[in-house]
Design a protein around this ligand. Structure first.
Ligand code: AMP
Ligand code: ZN
Length: 463
């Protein structure tokens, strides 16, 4: 069956066909981080979702051109600059670097391009001038520019706002606002005292761009006027993506995005994880608690992207165990196939990919994987799995591991006392002293390490 995505615009599953006449190039834009603090793992769940979209497109033979913006000027950033006194560019570059480190720890591919808002100010100004010429934007007395939503009759089509049911607010100058306060939104914000030395000169006087305009402008500049896929967290549907559609389609008269994909939130006790609510963990917090990037990636990526994921440390422990079971199984397969080369695919990969073709149905994909794990573990227990079949399954697993972006755990060297015990155990095994070998295994275990016997010798891993 063909690849299908749930399109927020139509609220239905649609077969995915890119604009490219050759059917390969995919223009993919993802709303990136606001860099004034460390990302929390809610933000990172969304990044893991972006990465799965990209990797699945790639494994299915498409060539995504992946662009993700860096928001390096907006209300919250300016507030932080004023509070901390750290210059804007230093603050934002520091947290941008931390964000890319987080992507690396989670095995997320870097976008092909990650344009910064502050490096597109002339293009943003030109875009706003175009909207003024079209008569959909107007300047206010203080030197700001607003988008007039009544001039764009389709306003509300993505979030399905019924404008008749809502009282229009006058104008909204904040970058983030709720549905109740919808109204004309800021494209350019006149400089105020609160902004300090953060401003750019423009035809309307000193000021800075509103948040929404950067994505329309950079998406068009880097990918063209109409793109294939635009992704973000579901909190961005309104107002951010609604405003992006209004600005872009009013400027070009063309559809802006063909498939809108939104991921559900990461929750804590039923509430959205957010910096404002203070209920968040950063990746660093979890790594300090002893989890690896690989385990956290698995936990964030193993729930369907359109379902909320309730985060708990117990859930993270459960994800660690599930992953551990898969790794043990894969190690057994590897030992079982010895040096046999896989003649073809073991069928596991095909089933996994088919499940993902169905709007990235990871739950079904993992379900089929665990099913095969159960069946073949039993076969291995009974010595019934041939080396050829084991080799095929192992090869499939390695591809699934790539697709899931599971990064290698950082190699951890076992301490000298543990290695000494493992050496002693090796000697005991060579002497066929199984009793001592078992006792040493337990002793190693009590020190927090697991010893495994592989064709290449023993292997020590963190228990
Ligand atoms: P921000 O850095 O706040 O601009 O957010 C970056 C991305 O993270 C956006 O796509 C948001 O939709 C997403 N995001 C923010 N909070 C959460 C959350 N609790 N769960 C999942 N995604 C989130
Ligand atoms: Zn955006």
């Amino acid at each position: 069956m063909a690849l299908r995505f749930h399109n927020t615009l139509t609220r239905s599953q649609e077969e995915f066909r890119p604009l490219d006449p050759a059917g390969q190039k995919v223009r993919l834009y993802c709303c990136g981080p606001t860099v004034y603090n460390y990302a929390h793992i809610g933000n990172l769940r969304t990044m893991v979702f972006f990465d799965l979209v990209r990797r699945h497109l790639e494994i299915r033979g498409f060539h995504p051109q992946h662009v993700m913006n860096i928001t390096d000027v907006e209300d919250k950033i300016i507030r932080t600059v004023q509070e901390s006194g750290e210059p804007l560019s230093l603050l934002t570059r520091r947290f941008e670097a931390a964000f890319f480190e987080d992507l690396d720890l989670l095995g997320c591919k870097h976008p092909h391009e990650s344009p910064r808002a502050t490096e597109h100010i002339p293009q943003i100004i030109a875009f706003i001038e175009k909207l003024e010429k079209k008569g959909v934007a107007y300047k206010t007395q203080d030197g700001s520019v607003y988008f007039s939503i009544e001039k764009f009759p389709c306003y509300g089509k993505l979030s399905r706002l019924d404008l008749n049911q809502l009282k229009p607010g006058a104008r909204v100058s904040q970058d983030e606002y709720a549905r109740e306060t919808y109204g004309d939104f800021a494209l350019w914000k006149a400089h105020t005292e609160r902004d300090g030395n953060i401003f750019w000169e423009s035809p309307w006087g000193r000021g800075r761009p509103g948040w929404h305009i950067e994505c329309s402008c950079m998406s068009m500049q880097h990918l063209g006027e109409t793109i294939d896929i635009h992704c973000g967290g579901e909190d961005l549907i309104f107002p951010h993506h609604e405003d992006e559609i209004a600005q872009s389609e009013a400027a070009t008269g063309k559809p802006f995005v063909r498939y809108w994909l939104h991921s559900a939130h990461l929750l804590v006790n039923g509430e959205k994880m957010s910096k404002t609510a203070g209920n968040f963990f950063t990746l660093r917090d979890l790594i300090e608690k002893g989890f690896t990037g690989r385990e956290i990636r698995y936990a964030l990526g193993s729930v369907h992207y359109r379902l909320p994921l309730n985060f708990t440390l117990e859930g993270l422990h459960a994800a660690r165990q599930a992953l551990h079971r898969l790794e043990e199984w894969a190690d057994r397969l590897h030992a079982c196939c010895a040096k046999t080369q896989a003649a073809s695919s073991g069928g596991l990969l095909a089933g996994f990919l088919e499940a993902l073709d169905d709007d990235l149905n990871i739950s079904e994909a993992l379900g089929s994987l665990f099913q095969i794990r159960r069946e073949t573990s039993g076969q291995m227990d009974r010595n019934e799995l041939s080396a050829g079949k084991a080799a095929e399954l192992w090869q499939d697993w390695k591809q699934i591991e790539q697709l899931l972006g599971l990064p290698d755990n950082p190699a951890q060297e076992a301490p000298a006392d543990v290695t000494a015990l493992a050496e002693k155990r090796l000697a005991a095994r060579k002497a066929k002293d199984w009793k001592q070998s078992d006792e040493l295994r337990v002793e190693i275990q009590t020190k927090g390490w697991t010893v495994k016997d592989t064709p290449e010798g023993y292997k020590l891993t963190r228990a």
